[in-house]
Design a protein around this ligand. Structure first.
Ligand code: ATP
Length: 358
């Protein structure tokens, strides 16, 4: 069931078009990500969903209700800000109770809901502390409790983990996933960190310059990016040009600088002839050996360099006169048979040669 629907949303600030004609839907109970580089319009979109600003054009529906012109307090959304925005002079308890008092709940109801929210984020034993007596991760939990205390139907998170160190970020990622699952609450999460989105999202949109570039599930976006931007933003990739020579069902044969490559990735709306761009992830290229399946593409090159990083090794392989492929080897073994300058044959499955669509 659709919980949030954005229809042709547009927002400008003077000459800057921050959000251009954005349309998509979010299913009920999903942890949904708005992902994109700094300045692409994520926060502007989130603030419009929250009701802190109004779109210049388009409509926003939450739970089937048109909320486009409603104020934030009437939308039933709870927001967690990047800076936490806790009141420094209030205790944890008072911070969480604040929104409930504004909504004029009775004292016993406030006590019950504050206790429930603090328990949910595992901060019940810190109720009497002030925010400056808490760690960053604990402040983040209080901000979450405050947003959840009045049981909103949609939770909005604006880069909630960006002020935390790497270890705490991973811990809080798991906490957010647990809380979202426990409550079954539709959550919209803004980040520019693709690992955060890939590891947590049920669904996501990749945004660039105010537009939605690609919408889908994390694995779909990673393995089948529709365009260059998504392919590069979600991880390392090798981009190359190809010319479709033959097209039979889902199989395309492409002439490229690496020879003829077969691809089976194209969707129905992918081009069936002409020039296209291709994306091949570095980890999908392996050294070909006798166990390599027959239908795999083979690319012969020359090893330029290997950087050993522990669990992975990065190789650069020259192909032809001026092409270089990035190859990522998982669980790398020390090999004495190939050193820089030596010939190397790589293999890649047709399903990993991705024809970009737009
Ligand atoms: P970040 O990850 O850095 O927070 P973002 O993707 O959330 O970036 P937005 O904050 O939505 O991006 O900004 C989108 C564009 O709109 C930017 O060019 C920004 O400078 C502009 N912008 C945002 N808010 C305002 C404002 N109040 N006045 C003028 N321009 C604004």
């Amino acid at each position: 069931m659709t919980q949030v629907r954005l229809n042709s949303i547009r927002k400008t600030f003077g000459d800057t078009v921050a959000v251009k004609d954005v349309t998509f839907e979010i299913d009920s109970g999903d942890l949904f990500f708005l992902l994109g580089p700094s300045g692409c319009g994520k926060t502007t979109l989130l603030r419009m969903i929250a009701g802190f600003s109004t779109p210049d054009a388009g409509s926003i529906h939450i739970g089937g209700r048109d909320v486009t012109k409603l104020g934030a307090e009437k939308r039933d959304t709870g927001m967690v800000f990047q800076s936490y925005a806790l009141w420094p002079h209030m205790s944890v308890h008072q911070n969480v109770a604040f929104g409930l008092k504004v909504r004029k709940l009775s004292k016993p109801d406030i006590e019950r809901e504050v206790a429930r929210a603090l328990e949910l984020v595992r901060m019940d034993s810190y109720a009497h502390r002030r925010p400056n007596e808490l760690s960053g991760g604990q402040q983040q939990r209080v901000a979450l409790a405050r947003a959840l205390a009045f049981k909103p139907t949609v939770l909005l998170l604006d880069e909630p983990l960006s002020n935390l160190d790497a270890k705490l970020r991973i811990e809080m990622r798991n906490e957010i996933r647990r809380i979202v699952d426990e409550l079954g609450i539709t959550t919209i999460y803004v980040t520019h960190d693709q690992k955060e989105a890939l590891s947590l999202a049920d669904g996501m949109v990749v945004m660039s310059e105010g537009e939605v570039i690609h919408k889908g599930a994390p694995r779909e976006l990673y393995h089948r990016p529709r365009n260059r931007f998504t392919a590069e933003f979600l991880g390392e990739t090798n981009l190359l040009a190809g010319d479709i020579e033959r097209h039979e069902g889902e199989l395309r044969s492409l002439r490229t600088m690496f020879g003829i490559l077969s691809s089976t990735t194209a969707d129905a709306d992918a081009p069936s002839s002409g020039k296209v761009s291709l994306s091949i992830r570095p980890e999908s290229l392996t050294r070909s050996d006798p166990t390599t399946p027959e239908g795999h593409n083979r690319i012969t090159g020359r090893l330029l360099e290997t950087v050993f990083l522990g669990e992975v090794a990065q190789h650069r392989v020259a192909v032809g006169d001026d092409a270089v492929l990035k190859v990522l080897e998982i669980n790398p073994r020390e090999r004495t048979d190939t050193k820089p300058g030596d010939a190397i044959e790589l293999a890649v499955a047709p399903e990993d040669v991705v024809v970009l669509i737009d």
